[in-house]
Write a protein that binds this ligand. Structure first.
Ligand SMILES: Cc1ncc(COP(=O)(O)O)c(C=O)c1O
Length: 388
């Protein structure tokens, strides 16, 4: 019997040698069904048999570098998604009245695949992204892939694009972007009749142009990221464009990003545009409690667990901006940013600076987080999924 891995290789080979759709249909391990309203129509990325893609890994920031394959499936009526398939990375065709285009019915996720020193490809807690997508889908009135289907799809996408994952380890990773969207046509406001689950990938380096240098955050008391009863707690696409105004203004003034305040009292910190935030005062770690306006980051959750294991007291609570201004340390967490030290925060014209460097709590926690990912310390929590 042909192994799943060999089967996968055959599939990739058939994708490389042309007639993608028909070969996918005849493949006995990944069946493809036609997707009339959403077909890849343009092939963008060149294929190659090179073991590793030609990327300037040392200067790689967080920008899109199209890879070879994407995964796609859809759900038309009912709650289940069809068996998905890989196809060459390319543009997709959407109805002008697709729910995602007209009413923003969409979610995204972000996770990373990376290569260990021993050459193995790994994912970090992709089941947590799957669960978050399910919670978000419920909020946005969409069906969601099962946890198993989500994780399998992420594995397939990572493995199909494995030549974009680098040797030597540590220089970057393959960022994997699952999308769930209302792809069917709607005119009056309502859930789209068809949803598409698609995953693409891009090799990435540091998220912030500062690299590993500390971040300088700006607390914005004019624009808010989320409101009570809104959808700030899920990863809907509609949470991101509204912050662009505050973000571009802060960047034009030389800041790295914006730290948002709650929209009711305008005095408690919530999170940064694309990461969670922690403060450290007298060795006690605090982070804003999630209550529907803050995204429950996978990294946030992991860092809290690591901090507790290291014996720290960790509080998830309301954090008034005055406490932030008096903290010893501030740091941000996220899949894209990792654990990033904050060097300064500016609020209403006042700038405060924080402790940085190797002795910091954030460094200690980040080291353990990385050691678990790299396999330098035992993964007792079952966070790592090896995919080859
Ligand atoms: C608004 C926001 N907060 C926090 C995070 C961090 O979440 P995670 O650690 O799961 O990447 C992200 C990143 O996805 C985000 O977009």
């Amino acid at each position: 019997m042909i192994s799943r891995r060999a089967c996968f290789r055959n599939l990739l080979q058939s994708l490389r040698t042309g007639s993608t759709a028909s070969k996918l249909r005849s493949s006995n391990c990944f069946t493809s069904r036609t997707a009339p309203s959403l077909q890849p129509v343009v092939e963008l990325s060149p294929d190659s048999d090179d073991e590793y893609a030609d990327v300037d890994w040392d200067n790689l920031g967080f920008s899109l570098r199209p890879t070879d394959y994407m995964y796609i499936t859809k759900c038309t009526g009912g709650d289940s998604f069809e068996e998905g398939h890989l196809s060459r990375y390319g543009n997709i065709e959407l109805s002008p009245s697709a729910g995602v285009l007209n009413y923003g019915q969409g979610l995204f996720e972000g996770t990373k695949a990376y290569r260990r020193e021993n050459g193995r490809l790994c994912l970090f807690r992709p089941d947590q992204n799957a669960i978050r997508m399910q919670v978000g889908a419920e909020r946005m009135c969409m069906p969601s892939p099962s946890i198993h289907q989500f994780v399998e799809a992420v594995k397939q996408t990572a493995f199909a694009n494995k030549r974009w994952q680098i040797p030597p380890p540590g220089k970057g990773s393959l960022y994997i972007r699952p999308l769930l969207m209302g792809s069917g046509p709607v005119l009056g406001l309502g859930p789209a009749p068809e949803c598409t689950f698609l995953i693409y990938a891009s090799p990435v380096g540091n998220y912030f142009k500062e690299g590993l240098a500390p971040l300088n955050l700006f607390i914005d008391d004019e624009y808010h990221r989320a409101t009570r009863g809104g959808a700030g707690g899920v990863k809907t696409i509609t949470n991101y464009s509204p912050v662009l105004k505050a973000l571009t203004r802060a960047k034009s003034r030389g800041f790295s990003d914006v730290l948002y305040l709650d929209s009711v009292y305008k005095k408690n910190i919530e999170e940064v545009s694309s990461c969670n935030v922690f403060i450290v005062k007298d060795n006690v770690i605090s982070t804003p409690a999630t209550g529907g306006t803050i995204l429950e980051g996978v990294t946030r959750k992991s860092i809290i667990d690591i901090a507790l294991d290291h014996g720290y007291q960790v509080k998830e609570q309301c954090i008034p901006v005055e406490e932030v201004m008096e903290a010893d340390e501030v740091f941000c967490t996220g899949t894209a940013v990792g654990v990033a030290a904050v060097g300064s925060i500016t609020y209403q014209g006042k700038r405060v600076e924080y402790k940085m460097g190797d002795q910091c709590v954030s460094q200690e926690l980040f080291s353990t987080y990385m050691e678990i990912q790299k396999g330098d310390i035992e993964d007792k929590k079952g966070w790592i999924l090896e995919i080859d």
